[in-house]
Every structure is written in structure tokens, then in C-alpha cells.
Design a protein around this ligand. Sequence first.
Ligand code: IVH
Length: 785
Amino acid sequence: MTPKKTADQAAPRAAELRAQLEDANYRYYVLDDPTLADADYDRLLRELEALEAAHPELASADSPTQRVGSTPAGTFAEVVHAVPMLSLGNAFTDEEVVDFVRKIVERLDVASPQFSVEPKLDGLAISLRYEGGRFVQGATRGDGATGEDVTLNLRTVKAIPMKLRGSGWPPALEVRGEVYMPLAAFKAYNEKALKEGGKVLANPRNGAAGSLRQLDPRITAQRPLAFYAYAVGVVEGYELPATHSATLKQLRDWGFPVSGESDVVAGSDGLLGYYRQMGDKRDGLPFDIDGVVYKLDDYAGQREMGFVSRAPRWAIAHKFPAQEQSTVLEGIDIQIGRTGAATPVARLRPVQVAGVVVTNATLHNADQIARLDVRIGDTVIVRRAGDVIPEVVRVVPEYRAPDAPEWRMPAQCPVCGSEIVREEGEAAWRCSGELSCPAQRKEAIRHFASRRAMDIEGLGDRYIEDLSDLGYLQSVADLYKLTLEDLLEMKRRADERDGTTPETVKAGKVATKWADNLLEAIDHSRKTTLERFLFALGIQHVGENTSKGLATWFGDLQLVRGLPWPLFKRVTDIGGESARAIGHFFDQPGNQQVIDALLERGVHIADSHAPSAKLREGLNLATLLVDMEIPKVTKIRADQLATAFADAETLRDAPEHAYITAGLPADSAQALASWLSVEENAQLLGRVGDALKRLDALTPASSASSAGPLDGKTAVLTGTLTALTRDEAKARLEALGAKVAGSVSKKTSFVVAGTEAGSKLDKAQELGVEVWDEAQLLTYLAEHE
Ligand code: IVH
């Protein structure tokens, strides 16, 4: 054992670790220039924790290890602010700003006073007290005169220094600033809360305020809070610099984060210029700001200006238009997106938000509506930030009508009337109309014509828009019946509609070259490959790889378009979700009609071929039963069923006890019977059986080679088999090349033991011969026959 270090030996290392960790915090939060990787920070922190645990006398309240939060205090004590924490007057217009400057100019008799200008973050104001360079107390603003002692919570905020850097600090110093939650942290926090079913934070401001008012500092420690300093309170035994901006610089040197957006400007032009500059930057900042703050930079001037009630005459907050407003939700419309996603959109009583009239806002999806519990007629808070689509962020429940019903996704697509469906485990609802839904049509056509699909050169977005809007394209199939007259007429109508002078007329003759070219490109695309064609259909989850897989394995469009979904799982890399999507696509009569029309209008797949040998390898009733995802029908059970029943139809029509006779345990048999009692499932099994027969006919088994996998092996059967008779078992083993013997010897390769196996099984165990149960036999047969 290595001798334990004494506290004296450990102390220098602990001090070194603390210095390194504090330095890392400083670089990260103040200089915005991190040099230590997260993992290294954690490693150093753990080392320090271990040292402090081994030598409790080394631990101190301002150690970086204490940032994880100490035990709850119970309540917050009151803190009286020796220097009151003031508030600011607000300016909303340029005139108010000009007025603010004019008063200063007049009173101080300076032509163009200098101002320290800073962003105004929306968080919680706090005051931090340092004695001898150490953080001793932190308090909220409260009513400005008295706040709450939140020292323990503030210790967890890594951006707040526990010890000041450098030297020569005042013996007592109060630093004021804002604790806030950066937007990324806010989003991450809410995403996690949603996933874990926790409570979400309404906005970053509430996030910061709520976190600081947690009675348990360990909770605060988990909230990603930040801080920046913007003022000083009590300063004892120290002469501050003559200006606010110089003080901010000094604070930064002592280790406080100071906003990098701060600046010094002169006169009202300087202020308004800064306001616009920050307004432009606002949406790109990593935190919410609700305005900017102007402070007369010169302290002597500040003193001379003095205060009105509780606000200084030397400073003002110039506010940005609010990003959140309340209004009434008048309705919820369903918008059908490019892939059929049905997105609920809030129809709002028009309201000005951040300078723009908002009438619609996104509600994201049905889950979000349920989460917010938004109901039609509700008063809602709408938020708009920059170019981002306005969103409904919450409901004001106090204003809800008592009888307002919960909102539900409509059953039908408002555009085409097809069913709106939702796949299990997916957030989005979709219109199932696919190619027959006009809202999805344009995007479908765009995809269909794209380079990697049918590759129709020259069919740009504008033509797609116009051809669809003017009724020339109901589906992708209509591309193949367009005539020169159609195209020219379309162009003429589009020009009329847009009030543009047709180029054709300008040129004094009918320019038809573009139309000729487009028709030629369309014609050229008629001859295609199965892979491209399947990709072009735009089936959900079917990208180029999946199309290629389908084309290679099945080889023929007529085959593929008629298969039930479990068959698609045979293709390598196609899972249940994609297989269901493909099956669903082909099950829609509208989609089948489009395919028929395409073929009728001359689309021709040039590379059709017979199904691949690979498909044949894994194709049998047992694998398909597993592919169908029937509850409790595992591979072993599927093998038993496939052995016991001649085909899917017989299996489907058999009574439940026949499944038990086939070897299934009672619960699997029951699960299967109840699954089959659903008409849709019974039909699916029927279709799978038919498909299997069709494919069997198309892909004759490769002529059995004489060398079976059990060549040279000797098997012995004993006990009672349930799924097959002994003779069957013997015949099938022999077909694979095995010799089936009557007694066990050292030469026996394996023994198949059914129920009530007797002396032969004992003998096998004695000799160490491999023993299979019936299930293993069935699996083996299924895999090798
Ligand atoms: S100075 C006497 N500077 O705005 C000056 N305040 O209504 C006192 N705030 O409670 C405040 N950013 O929470 C100042 N750069 C900044 C600020 C700022 C945000 C908040 C602060 C204060 C409120 C003033």
C-alpha cells in the first residue's frame, strides 16, 4: 500500500489544483477562450475532490469542488443592501433617448458626453460581496433595499469567481450583475426535461430566476447559469477609477465576466447607433437581451446628475420591441408539408410582435399542442425572434373558457381528404394521400424529376409550380401526357396571371425551344431502371440505397408493387419501419393508379430481371412469420409452425389448439390466435402466403448439391417429437446428408432428444455426445433446407 500523504504533503497539490481549475473557469467565462478540455477539467476536479475527501481540513467553501452545491439551507435569510440596488428608467423611442442626453448636456454643460453602453440581459440582478478578495455573500436584488441571501446557490455558478484574481483589491467590494441562462443551455435543459417527463422552463429568464431561488443548491448546480458584471455597490478602502468603463475593465481583471458587447460612445447619435447595431445582432447572440443600457461614463457627472425616486438620471435602459405578446388563438389549421407531414398552425388574432404583425404561429406538432394544452379560444403567448417562425410558447390558463374542449388532430387531410395517420413511435402525423394529395404533389414531382430519380432535365421549380397550379399536373404521371400545346398554353396563362409580357411576343415570334427541350427531356426519361423508378416514387424511408436493394432483390416492378410489407424485410438493411412504409405506399389505390398511368404513358423499366438467388435463400414461411412481427412468435416458434403447417393458409385457418400441437407454448399459441383474430392480420398472412408461392414459382431452388451440410454425420433420434414425426425428422436429416442410426455410440455426432427421452439420452450424456432438443433441430432444418 502506498503510504497516505499527510495533509501537509497534500496541501500544495490541492492549492495547485484549485489554481488550475479557477484559471480554467476564468478563461472560459471571462476571457471566452477556454484552454482546458472538459475531460481534463473533470479529471483535475476529481483529483481535488479525492484530496479534500482524504484531508477534510483542506476543504474550503470557495474551493471549485463546492460548485456542485452544498446541502439545502431551508430558507433564505434577508440581506439589507448597504448601497441600494436601483432600477433603470426605460426609453422606447429615439426621442426619449435624445431627451435623456439633452438633460445631461444641459445640466453638466458638456457638448457630447461619453456613455458606457452595454447589452441588457434578461435574467436576475444580484449583488456579490467580497472581503479580502474572497466571495462571502451573494444576494438577490429583492425590492432594491432588501434581498435574499443566495450565497450557496451562487457558489455553484462557475462564472462567479470565488476568489479574486490579481492583487490590490478593496478590502470590501460588492459587485453587481446579472445571472442568466444562455439560450443553448435553456434549450438543452428543456429537451432533457421533456424526455424525462420533467417540468420545462417557460423562458431563460424564469430559468435563471427559478434556479437561483432553489432551496437546494445541488439543483441550482445542475442548471447551466452564467453571469456578467455591470456595476459596483459598496467599495471600502479603495479608490475606483474615474469612469464606469474603466471600472468594468478593472472588474474583468479581477476575474469577473464583463459583456464583450460593451462599448463607449458619445452623444445621442452614438447611443442610437449602438442600439441599432445591437438590434441587428440580437438574434445571433447566445443569450436573450431585451434592450441596451446607457450609463454616463464619468462618475463625477453621475454624482452631479443624481437620482429621481429609485432610478438614476445618468442611466437609462433603451428597450427592444418585446419578442413575446399575448393574443387569442382563433383556430388551428393543418398544413400539409412536402412529405405529407401534417403540421398544426395557430391562427391568431393579429398582434404586433417585435415590430411585425403576426397572424400565424407554429405549434410544431400534435405532441407540442398536448404538452402546452392549447385549446381554440385560448389566450396564448406568442414569441417571435428575428427571422424565426413565430411560435406559441404557452397558454394563459386564467383566461380559458371552462368548456373549451381539448384539441385533436383531424382524422382527414384538409387538402385531399385522405386519412391522417401516425406511425407508432413517430411524432409527426401524416396525410396518407401521398401522390394523390395536391399539397404533396409539387414536392413529389420535384423529387420525381430530380437528377438521381427520373432525371428530367429542365423541369425546374417554376415550371413545376405553374404546371401544378394551373392544373396541368395532377400527378407525376401527367408529365408523360404533356403536349407542346399544353406547355405553350401554360406559359401564356402564367404570363397573363403574373402580368408579365411574354418573351415570346417580345421576340415577335413564338419561341418554343424551351418547350421542345422539356418534352424531349421528359421523353428521354421514359426509359429508366427499376432502382431509379422506385426511388422516384418518393416512398417514405426509401432513399437510393433502399431502392437499389429492392431492385436487386426483387427485380421486377410488377412483383414489387403487389407484395405485402413483411416481404420487404427480406432485403438486407430494410427494417420493419421502412418495410411497412413501402407496403403502405403500394397499398394505396391512388399510388397504384399513378404507377399504372406511368406505365401506360410509356415509362419503361429496362432492367427487369428474376428475383435474386439471395432472396431465395432466406425465403420460407418461418422467416416470414418472424418478419410479420407477431407477438410471442419468435424464431423458434416460427420454425415449429412452419414445420407443422403446410402453408400460410392452413396455419391461418387452424384452431388455437393446433398451434399447441405444433409445439407452441400456451401463451404463444394464444398470442398468435388473438393476433389472427384481427381481420387485417389474417389478410396479411394470406397475402404473405400467396406472395411466398409466387416467389417460389419465380425462384426455383438451386438444384440441390449432393454434398449436404450433414454429410458424414450420424444422428440418433430419441423420445417423442411434437412438431414432426420421427420418420419426417429422419427423412429431413437424411436429405441434408446425415446418417440416422438406432443407437448411441462414440461415433454418434449428435442426439436429438424429444420429451421423455430415456436410456439413449443418458448414454449420450455419459459419452459427451452433443444433444439437441426439438427446437434446435427445427432451427437447424429451417436454416439448412
Ligand atoms: S445597471 C443603477 N446594467 O436591468 C443601475 N442593469 O431595470 C442599475 N440589467 O435590475 C442597473 N443588464 O437586472 C444595469 N448592463 C446592465 C444591465 C442591467 C441588465 C437589469 C438589472 C436591473 C434592471 C434595471
